[in-house]
Every structure is written in C-alpha cells, then in structure tokens.
Ligand binder design. Structure first.
Ligand code: FES
Ligand SMILES: [Fe+2]
Length: 379
C-alpha cells in the first residue's frame, strides 16, 4: 500500500473513534444456517469454489531446491508437488498412471525420478513417463505421452505456491491480477522475503465459513478474548474494504486511537493495527507488527476444517527462535478461543433452534463474504 492509503486507513479509524462509532454497514442481515450444515451444499462449494480458485498450499521455501518434493492432500486430492530439475514448481496427482497405486509414499524428500511401489513404472520430476518394466512384451506401442503424470496448474508468487485443485483445469489465473490491488500490498509487506518460523495444524469441527466469520469482526474481542488480546484493542472498532473477491480488514490497537492527527509523519499502520487479508476462498494473512500469520484452511466436510497456522518472519529479522515461538503461542491461544466458539456454533446447528444467524451493522464484512460465496455457488 502506498503512504496516502496508509494515512487514509488510519484517519478513518481515528475518525470513527472520535465519533464513538463502529464502522457501520447499511443494514442488519440474516445468514441461513443451511449454508453451514448441509453436506449437499458443501459438495457444491467444493465443485464451484475450492476446485476453481487458486489455493495457497505451500511456501516456496518448502520446495527450496531443484528435485525437492512434498506430498499434500489438497481438498481430497493426493498431490505431489515438486521443484523439478530445472527449478520450476509443478504439481501432479500422486497416482500411478498404470493401475493407480500411490506413486510417492513419503511426505517429502528430494528425487529426480519417482518409481511406483507396485510394478515399478517410473516418471521424471517433470511428469514424463521414464521407464516401464517389460514394456516391449507387455505394452507394445504404449502411447507414452498419454501416460504422463496428471498435472495440476500451479504458480509461484509472494513466496507461495498456488494451485488449482482440479486435474481437468488447463490453467491457473495469473496471481497478480487475481489479487488485484492486494498484489501491491503483498509486495509492500515483502511476503516473498518471509520464512516459516513456527507452525501448527489443527482439525476444527466447524464449517470453514464459520471460522472465516470469526476473524473478520472486532465485536467479539472484548468478550471472547478478554483473557488474551482484548486489553490491547479498542472495543468493536475495525474497518474493512473489498478488493474483488478478497477483503482487507484493519483491526486497530489502542495506540492508533491516541495518535496525534496533526503529525502524520510518524504514523505506521503496522505498528498500531493488525491487518487481516481474507482471500477467497481459504487463505488468510494476519499481519502483526513484525511478523505475518498465514492461516490456510482446508475444508474436509460441512462440519470439519483443517487449519494450518504458520508464523512467518522476515528473513534475517534477527529475533531468536524462542521469541517467535512465544509469539506463535499467543496467536494459537487467541485463535483457539475463536475455534472453540466455532465448534460450539457448529454443534448448535443440529438443534435447529436458529433458522438463521444475525449479522449486525458492524458485522457487515460477514455478510459481504457470504454474498461472494453465494454468488459463486449459484453461478
Ligand atoms: S500401479 Fe504403478 S506400476 Fe503398476
Ligand atoms: Fe477472534
């Protein structure tokens, strides 16, 4: 973001604080609980959203060198990510093209050639069929090109590996234009220059949208986070803006409200606020003063979501591993407060006591997010 935008965002927060008003959308809205608790609805989301949008699944550093590989489940697909011998990231279905055995059984490693553990067919790390035992007698005239590994479209940008979780997809959108104006924000943050310093993966028994909703309002801070972060944030004060299908929220600290309006020179949004980027559908980036938390959610069913929470710090930041571990632990404690509430909400759907949830005027971001999801699954 450029300096004038940074100043504008801070002025907006100070203005709201002066008026003693939260950021208000026009109306109260309703969110039917059928959005969160239906297996049929989840299957539509999978087909029309998770398989279509670029997903951040790895950091580039997890495939640091040529011939590195990582195996991941991506929305139910077994995927073999490689940095091939030419240094280019590729993604393949981790499924043998002979009779479908799992091609690579290790979770990660370094290989030029992948050999199937069943009959020994092998492929290069560019996905080309390399050797077939007893090919001449058993498979005369084998159309080798047709038996290349099935590819998934991938791209690298801002230090992430992005993938389309569909082997029938021919291409992935260019990530820069897909991010729109947020692309410039991610350069400003130097995300590509960040490295993983701590991480956790947890399974949460809640719908993925309940978990997104839990992060994009500050109405709950004073109550739900009273034991953790609430003392550092003004009550129910935040703003948000849409960038196509993505959102940027500003969650000010107490210190922002006290800034001198007449002396903008020393203003810094990162010092005095958290920023939360919510990329459609399952990537969130929580920007703190000196580090960034990458929240990667993988919805497994309508009521189960795997959350990978990764603390990333600028390379060469000079802090000790102990410092980052402590920060990561605070983040985990706070997010677990949100996730436990998410699990309770999900369990409550079964009671059918609430036909819908209510979003107040200062919870408008939740409505905007849901409208984007609705648009996609109705299209
Ligand atoms: S199933 Fe892989 S070589 Fe036969
Ligand atoms: Fe929260």
């Amino acid at each position: 973001m450029d300096r004038s935008e940074e100043i504008g965002l801070i002025e907006e927060i100070i203005g709201l604080a002066e008026q003693k008003s939260p950021f208000l959308d026009a109306e109260v809205t309703h969110s039917p609980i059928s959005r969160y608790a239906s297996p049929e609805r989840f299957q539509r989301e999978k087909a029309l959203i998770f398989k279509r949008e670029p997903l951040s699944v790895l950091r580039s550093e997890e495939l640091a060198n040529p011939n590195d590989f990582v195996v991941r489940d991506v929305h139910g697909l077994p995927v073999l990510f490689v940095r091939n011998d030419a240094g280019e990231v590729m993604a393949f279905l981790n499924v043998c093209r002979h009779r479908g055995a799992t091609l690579e059984r290790d979770g990660q490693g370094c290989k030029r050639v992948f050999t199937c553990p069943y009959h020994g067919w092998s492929w290069t790390n560019r996905g080309e069929l390399r050797a077939v035992p007893q090919e001449k007698s058993g498979f005369p005239d084998l159309p080798r090109a047709e038996r290349a590994l099935r590819r998934l479209p991938v791209a690298e940008r801002h230090g992430f590996v992005w993938v389309i979780a569909d082997p029938d997809a021919a291409t992935i959108p260019e990530i820069g234009p897909w991010l729109g104006r947020l692309d410039a924000d991610f350069h400003w943050l130097d995300l590509a220059g960040h490295r993983i310093v701590a991480e956790d993966t947890v399974d949460i028994k809640a719908n993925w949208k309940v978990l997104v909703e839990g992060g994009i309002e500050a109405y709950h801070f004073r109550v739900a986070h009273k034991a953790t972060i609430a003392p550092y944030f003004p009550d129910n004060l935040s703003t948000y803006a849409m960038f196509g299908a993505h959102m940027r929220s500003v969650l000010p600290r107490n210190t922002m409200v006290d800034l001198d309006r007449n002396n903008t020179d020393g203003w810094s949004i990162r010092r005095d606020a958290n920023l939360l980027y919510t990329l459609m559908p399952t990537t969130q980036l929580l920007v703190q003063q000196d580090h960034v938390i990458w929240i990667q959610s993988t919805p497994r069913s309508e009521g189960l979501t795997t959350m990978r929470l990764v603390t990333m710090a600028p390379e060469g930041a000079g802090q000790s591993q102990d410092y980052w571990q402590k920060n990561h632990a605070i983040t985990m404690a706070t997010l677990m407060e949100d996730f436990e509430l998410g699990e309770e909400i999900q369990a409550g759907f079964a009671s059918r006591g609430n036909p819908s949830h209510l979003f107040g005027r200062f919870e408008g971001a939740l409505n905007r997010f849901n409208l984007l999801v609705e648009e996609r699954i109705s299209g």
